[in-house]
Design a protein around this ligand. Sequence first.
Ligand code: CA
Ligand code: CA
Ligand code: CA
Length: 206
Amino acid sequence: MRKLSYALLLLAAASTPVAAQVNTDVAINEVFYGGGAGQDWVELINTGNGSIDISNFWFCTRFGYSRLGAQTIIMGDDFNLDPGEIVVVSPGRDLNNSAADLSLYQTNSFGDPNQLLDFVQWGTDARVGRSNEANSRGVWLGDVPVDFVPTAQPGESVSFCGTNSGGGLLTFSSDLMNGAPSQGTSNDALCFVQEEIFADGFEDVI
Ligand SMILES: [Ca+2]
Ligand SMILES: [Ca+2]
Ligand SMILES: [Ca+2]
């Protein structure tokens, strides 16, 4: 009996978790910035294979900061994202309607590029926020001129239609598209329509 208890003790010690690894496969999937205070929203998606607690992740836009866990969930159940799960949250401030950036950080060490997971900039090729960090991190191009998505029309959001996003992967402005919002659901309808247009155009050229 004593031997068994000792063995159980060893087992318990061996299975004690070491430092928790932060899973960072989370991406900015869509941004609606054209509203006023309290109307803008950000859609995030877990692109990885494990669950991710994003409550201590941060947004930064034009050097304004918001911790996700302190924000309102507009669509979705909580800040723990299962693989493929989408959540829509308030950015905690009025995102600029014509030109700004939005960064997703895994900590509040905003000057450290390694903490930056995803980034998007719209409306300007100037540095208005964290484009230097995004460029250093390799998630977005440009140390002035900065890559950027044209300003969306009224009522439109900007949706991610590319393949690699979040978790420190490089995305281009051409991976993003302005159009009808799909708040809380995949961007497939918008992205698919765009692919069809490209396909038709290609056929016409031939
Ligand atoms: Ca959840
Ligand atoms: Ca706004
Ligand atoms: Ca969407």
